[in-house]
Each structure stands twice: as C-alpha cells, then as structure tokens.
Design a protein. Structure first.
Length: 492
C-alpha cells in the first residue's frame, strides 16, 4: 500500500507551472458550482507523517480555492470543553454545510491511532474504534457528503532528509518539534498502525489516497487533481444511491404490537403523588450533586403522542436539578442550517458536557416518526435511520453518557379529552393547534411507526422506557424513578 509512495516521484517546476493555471481554474469552477447549487458538502481529511507537508498542502488549497468557502478544522488538541463531551462531538460540530468544503487536519483517526502507537490501546480496541469510524463515514456518504481522505507518505530516509532540511534553515526551524523526531525513531510502528487503519477504513464511499510526499510539486498536483476529478464527477452525476441497512417493516401476522399491550390504567392519588414526587426529586437532586456524577453527561429523550404530558414530566425533572446544570432542547422542524448538515448534526451539537443534563423534548426519533408518517423523509432515509440512531446511541453510551429514552403512552380517548380541555382553558389554549388535530387523524400510522421504532432501536445499551401516561401524576413519578435508577446504576 505504501511502497509505491516511497519510490522517487518527481514533477519538474516547468511542468508544475503549466499544470497549475488549468488546475486552479478547474477547482474554482467546481467550487463555484458547489457554492451556488449546494448539492452536497465536501469533507477532506489531511493526514500524514511528520514533515510530509500537510501544512503546505493546506496553505496551497486555500490559495487555489476561494478560502471564503473553505472551513479548516484542526482537531489535534481538544479543548477542555471538548474533552468533557463524547469524542466525536468536536468533529460533528465542525462538519461543513452543503455547498462548502471542510478540511480536517489531525482527524478523528488521530487519537485512536496515537493511543495504539503509544501502547495505550489494544489492537481489538483500535479495531472497534475503526469500525465506529467506518460507520460514521458511511453515514456521511449516505447523507450526500463527498468524503476524500489523503495520507501523505514517504520513506524513513526521505522523512529524515526532510526534517533535517527544515531544521537547518532558520526560517523553517520552528516547524520541526521533538515529537516529529520521536515519530521518526518509531517510524516502523507508526507506519504499521496507519497501514492497518487505512486498509481497514478504505471504502468506495470514503476512499484513501496515498500521496507520495517527498516532492512538493508531485504532492500538490496529486492532491489537487484528485480533488478536482472527484468534484467534477460528483457535480456531473446524480446523487449516489444510499445503502439500506434495514428491511421495510412487516407487522406481526397476528397484528399484536408492543403498544397494544401497555396497561394504561395505572393511577396515583394526589397525596401519594405529592409524597413520592418530593422524595424522587430530592433523590435526583442528590445524585446530580455526587462527585461521581461529574464523570457522566445525561441525555433524556421524550417522545409520545401530542398531549401525552411530555412537558409536565420534563418540568418535574428540571425542578429537581440545579438550573446551572441542565438544558431543555425543544425539537421542532429543522432550520435551513440544520437541513444543510447530516440529520444527526442538530442533536450532536446539543450534547451535554460531563456533570450536565440535556433534556430533548422530542428527539432524533423524528426521522422514523413524524418524517416517516408525513412523508418528509424518503423511505430509504428513514429505513437507514434505525441503524444510524443505534450507532449514535452506542457512541454516547460508550463515552459515558447516561441515556434514558421515554415514550409516554396515552389512549385516544384520553388524548381527545386533553385536546378539548386545552381548547376551553385559556392558559392552555396555546398548546393546541390545527396540526394536533391533523396528527390525531393519523393515529394508526403514528402508532405503527412507534412500534417499529421500539422493535429496531430498543437495545441493551439504550432501551426504551414506555410509561403509561393516561394519568399524569403516575407518569411523572414513573419518569423520575426511571431516571434515578439509571443514574444509580451508572454510578455503581
């Protein structure tokens, strides 16, 4: 894989001077079309050995392209804020919107590869991280992104020559660090781990291009021509077909589904409710103040039919937590900015730091619920979403997030009663609108979508908690109790 990049490649300066103007025109024309039509986003990863010229390639790309439409992301040194969130959070936040080019230097490969080279990560653990990266890049491609990954490579002898040359000149001496020479001493280990990572994650939808980096002109022409060809090909052709990772849902032959057997008769009297509510809120407050809690973030997701009592349950949860440490995120129709990014971007950006709680009033399950039922998402997209959601939740839990998902279940009769109560009660009238009545007419379709959702996304790591909610007092207490139990389990 790397041998071809270690032989001597050379482009003379005259050839480079002839190629450069045409190549720059091609890149600018493609970038202009990309910016005007916004059909997709471009994600470029620049990785390579120390001294291989990543900085030079980056600088030249910004010179040859319109830098106003290029986002450069250096993910090498995580900030304190980034360290307190799941590993991929900083990269998700930095993804470019449709119509723009994002260049990532020191990419999501950086930490797992470095940990493996340093002996802090077992081979099996590295392979698990690489599998997560493959799924992430598959998702980007399925969402329409053009993903290009470059590895700048040269031999150990060429690296030594390059580092020595940079170090010798006063103007470039600052570019060589102790870490660069340390990498050179471990050249064999570094190359072996990167060879494995590149081979494992080299896929048609997110290919690696190994670039011979010893000659600056050859290196730059290779990167620029690869980018130009990929842009022109993608702009000229239709969007790639997505990979469907779940078959269309088929209901059980007897027609019985999970929501059909939920007992909605549970009730709680007012005196018992007040007693248990106070006790559970105190219990939750104490848990969130424990020192061990600071190692975790908490994500609560609330779903359910209109008027199921999600808002009331959320208020009782929020009432138990110091207001400095929780945030409520109401999820409505996506904004233009959110539509320009992969679907899960709008949820990744709101994930809490350790010691904090984020409460989603409706969640990422909208794709397989309202977007499916209302036809806002193509069947290919919502079918694919089941696995993407499972991967997302696996990433959260794997990074120490305590995730609790609630479905507040009510019957049609109770929903109708609450709708009418909202219409006749002045301070509740804002809660009812035409969409609520329209959605009610699609009760069966929404119920079928919810049942499919439970079957495909209630996993061992992130199970659904279905709460009978015909009685609001019972539902609020059940929600608080479930949260306390999950936090206690996580804290040990």
């Amino acid at each position: 894989m790397f041998e071809a990049a270690e032989i001597k490649h050379k482009v003379d300066k005259a050839t480079f001077a002839r190629e450069e103007p045409r190549l720059r025109e091609t890149l600018l024309a493609a970038q202009k079309t990309l910016a005007e039509k916004k059909p997709f986003e471009v994600v470029i990863l620049l990785a390579g050995l120390a001294g291989a010229g990543k900085g030079d390639v980056l600088a030249t790309l910004n010179e040859w392209l319109d830098p106003r439409q290029v986002d450069t992301v250096d993910g090498d040194d995580a900030t304190d804020e980034e360290r307190e969130r799941p590993y991929m959070w900083r990269f998700w936040r930095a993804l470019p919107p449709k119509g723009r080019i994002g260049v990532f230097v020191h990419t999501w490969y950086g930490d797992p590869v470095a940990e493996r080279i340093g002996g802090d990560l077992a081979r099996a653990a590295l392979d698990q991280r690489l599998a997560e990266i493959r799924r992430f890049e598959r998702m980007l491609a399925d969402e329409g992104a053009l993903v290009l990954k470059f590895w700048l490579h040269f031999s150990k002898k060429q690296q030594k020559k390059r580092l020595a040359k940079l170090e010798k000149r006063r103007a470039t001496r600052w570019r060589v660090t102790k870490e660069d020479w340390a990498e050179h001493k471990r050249y064999g280990d570094v190359v072996a781990v990167w060879r494995h990572a590149i081979r494992t994650t080299n896929q048609a939808h997110a290919p690696w291009t190994v670039v011979a980096a010893a000659d600056p002109e050859f290196r730059m022409l290779t990167v620029a021509k690869t980018l130009a060809a990929a842009l022109e090909q993608r702009l000229a052709g239709p969007r790639q077909l997505v990979t469907i990772t779940a078959p269309p849902p088929i209901p059980p032959v007897d027609g019985k589904r999970l929501l059909d057997v939920v007992d909605l008769s549970a009730r709680l009297g007012p005196h018992e409710y007040k007693r248990r509510l106070a006790a559970l809120q105190g219990r939750l407050n104490a848990l969130t103040r424990e020192k061990r809690f600071r190692r975790h973030g908490v994500v609560l997701a609330f779903e359910g039919p209109d008027a199921a009592g999600k808002g009331g349950a959320i208020r009782r949860v929020a009432g138990a937590i110091d207001a400095r440490f929780f945030r409520i995120v109401p999820v409505a129709a996506p904004t233009d900015e959110e539509r320009a990014h992969p679907y899960l971007w709008r949820f990744w950006r709101h994930l809490p730091r350790r010691g904090h709680v984020t409460i989603f009033d409706r969640s990422w399950y909208g794709r397989v619920l309202v977007e499916r039922v209302e036809g806002f998402a193509e069947q290919d997209d919502w079918l694919r979403a089941y696995n993407e959601i499972n991967d997302f939740e696996e990433d959260l839990v794997g990074d120490g997030v305590i995730l609790v998902k609630f479905w507040l279940a009510i019957g049609q009769r109770e929903q109708l009663r609450r709708f009418r109560e909202r219409q006749t009660t002045g301070y509740k009238r804002f809660k009812i609108g035409p969409d609520d009545w329209r959605n009610r007419k699609k009760w069966e379709a929404y119920t079928a979508a919810a049942n499919d959702m439970f079957e495909r996304t209630s996993t061992g790591l992130a199970p659904w908690t279905i709460v009978p909610a015909d009685d609001k007092r019972h539902a609020r207490v059940a929600v608080l109790e479930a949260i306390c139990k999950r936090i206690e389990k996580a804290l040990g």
